[in-house]
Unconditional design. Structure first.
Length: 200
């Protein structure tokens, strides 16, 4: 019974987060980021302002919210589960492929977020924090698997390729150059890593 209660509580929390993020994105698009307040977002989502601040520290935080951070957490767990004998570069490739975004609803949210970033450059700092989180995660994983210092060029190169592949695919896809975000990212990562060889 306790497990069911906890599970229902977690589902409720997730539902509230999704409702707040959906409401925020809809308002940002409809009336503009600067014109939207936390009170507006709470009202649109049908919750109190106090509830909004229980989940998010600011309207900038809700722009990416837990969506991107949950993606990084999934990457972390998936990388940790890869076989120890597998080449780290292959582990990174497999995990990135497995966690590519393909859900139409999630893709629509990503497109809305990128559109807002283009219109409001001051918000880019939030995106860069998440991008750096991805880079740190991948470089740390590769360094640990290879027994290398965190600042060694090899893990930094692999992490840089992962981040560059994601960034280039994301903005190219958002600009309409390709309908296949995952395909562009995979192609970019393959091209960027073709010449990277592990030390020794």
């Amino acid at each position: 019974m306790t497990g069911r209660v906890i599970n229902r509580r977690e589902q409720h929390k997730r539902h509230t987060r999704v409702a707040l993020e959906d409401a925020a994105l809809a308002l940002f698009v409809r009336q503009g980021y600067e014109q939207t307040t936390a009170e507006d977002i709470a009202a649109e989502a049908g919750v109190s302002v106090r509830t909004f601040f229980r989940y998010y520290s600011s309207k900038q935080h809700v722009l990416f919210g837990d969506v991107a951070h949950e993606r990084v957490d999934r990457l972390r767990s998936a990388l940790a589960a890869r076989p120890a004998e597998e080449p780290p570069l292959e582990s990174v490739r497999v995990v990135l492929d497995e966690t590519d975004v393909t859900d139409e609803g999630e893709l629509a949210q990503i497109r809305s977020r990128l559109s807002l970033l283009s219109a409001q450059p001051s918000l880019l700092s939030t995106y860069l924090v998440i991008s750096e989180e991805l880079h740190t995660l991948v470089s740390g994983f590769v360094a640990a698997r290879c027994g290398l210092p965190a600042a060694h060029p090899y893990p930094l190169l692999v992490a840089g390729a992962a981040r560059a592949a994601w960034d280039s695919a994301l903005w190219s896809w958002a600009a309409g150059h390709s309908p296949d975000l995952a395909g562009v990212r995979r192609s970019a990562f393959a091209q960027l890593t073709v010449g990277i060889r592990p030390p020794g």
